[in-house]
Design a protein around this ligand. Structure first.
Ligand code: GDP
Ligand code: CA
Length: 336
């Protein structure tokens, strides 16, 4: 038996995460474990990553959120641009554009393409996405175990209004090409009804001492993870407390366009509304506790009244130390 909080061992943590907000927070959880003296953080920290953003482009499989977390934990991410590899070049991308291949508005960096080619080759040789993610994660000492949410291809589609009619786009086309400016009507993950959690996901949730919901986009990052049949049930059944961190600070998204996604599903862009969207565990929902920003302290009582413990904390992950302090706060809230 592993005692939670034992020096050098630490609690078993599962984080549900998307890309940018997810990777900053996961880096913070790793930092919090290290600050507690845990050496083998990978043995304690499992990240269940959204794969709804994944897509096929120019013959290769992209996994944007997996790669954001992979690169950030490895310390090879481009912190200026906010995506891709630091120091990347675009020679191959230029050639693809000359050929009229791929998407002219979607850049594939040369180093990034190396990742996509490795991944696609292994998939073509018969490896599962779980196996591929594990192989990608072997290159650097990440200090975390990464699991895709599912091995099924359930890429997120967005139905947008187009005059009187509607049409459907891959999430990446809507997000990157249209900057989420086409009015969304619906988000779907076709085929997700028949998908199963990736191997290890349900087990990790069952064995966890704490489950953390990263401050990721509730609709298109956490939403697809929860849509995989079996994951919501595993969360409800988990013995561990489930603590969420608000991606909304002072009624605004910190980065990105999550507000457009929330509006489309009828959820106000506020920390309290996102907590209500996840719902209290006592009420068949997900959350035992919710971390909201000092800017949103006024809504803490409303969250608490709904049956979710509310904790006011600094939520800005401005650097690694701030992210680690936030993660430590989330762990302390869970009592681990
Ligand atoms: P994506 O997959 O790259 O879009 O990234 P995620 O879904 O993981 O995270 C996007 C969300 O992270 C946005 O909705 C932001 O509101 C949130 N976010 C980004 N930076 C911060 C931060 O410093 N603090 C908090 N609380 N949320 C953040
Ligand atoms: Ca994403």
């Amino acid at each position: 038996m592993t005692a939670a909080g034992t020096a050098g061992i630490g609690p078993r943590i599962v984080v549900l995460a998307g890309g940018v907000g997810g990777s900053r927070f996961v880096g913070g959880v790793r930092g919090a474990l290290r600050a507690r003296g845990v050496d083998d953080t990978a043995a304690m920290l499992t990240v269940v990553v959204n794969t709804g953003d994944d897509l096929w482009l120019s013959g290769v499989r992209l996994q944007p959120d997996v790669d954001s977390i992979l690169y950030a934990l490895a310390g090879v991410n481009d912190t200026q641009r906010g995506w891709g590899r630091v120091g990347d070049t675009e020679r191959v991308n230029h050639e693809l554009q000359e050929w009229g291949a791929g998407w002219p508005w979607f850049t594939l960096g040369d180093l990034d393409l190396g990742t996509h080619l490795a991944r696609t080759g292994w998939l073509r040789e018969g490896a599962t996405p779980t196996e591929v993610v594990a192989r990608l994660a072997e290159r650097w000492p990440l200090g975390a175990r990464l699991l895709p949410m599912t091995d099924a291809e359930v890429d997120t589609r967005v139905t947008v209004r187009d005059g009187q009619a509607t049409r459907d786009l891959h999430f990446q086309e809507w997000w990157t090409r249209h900057r989420a400016q086409l009015q969304p009507v619906r988000f779907d993950n076709p085929g997700v009804e028949g998908a199963a959690p990736a191997p290890g996901v349900v087990e990790a949730l069952a064995e966890a001492d704490v489950v953390l919901i990263a401050p990721s986009n509730p609709v298109v990052s956490i939403g697809p993870i929860l849509a995989v049949p079996g994951i919501r049930d595993a969360l409800r059944a988990a013995a561990a407390p489930v603590v969420g961190v608000s991606p909304i600070i002072g009624g605004r998204v910190v980065r990105g366009m999550a507000d457009v996604c929330l509006t489309a599903i009828g959820v106000e862009t506020s920390a309290a509304a996102v907590a209500a969207h996840y719902r209290p565990r006592a009420d068949g929902g997900l959350l035992d506790a919710w971390l909201l920003a000092e800017e949103d302290a006024a809504s803490a009582a409303e969250v608490a009244a709904s049956g979710i413990r509310s904790v006011v904390a600094p939520l800005w992950m401005t650097d690694a130390d701030a992210a680690a302090a936030l993660a430590e706060r989330a762990l302390a809230t869970a009592g681990v």
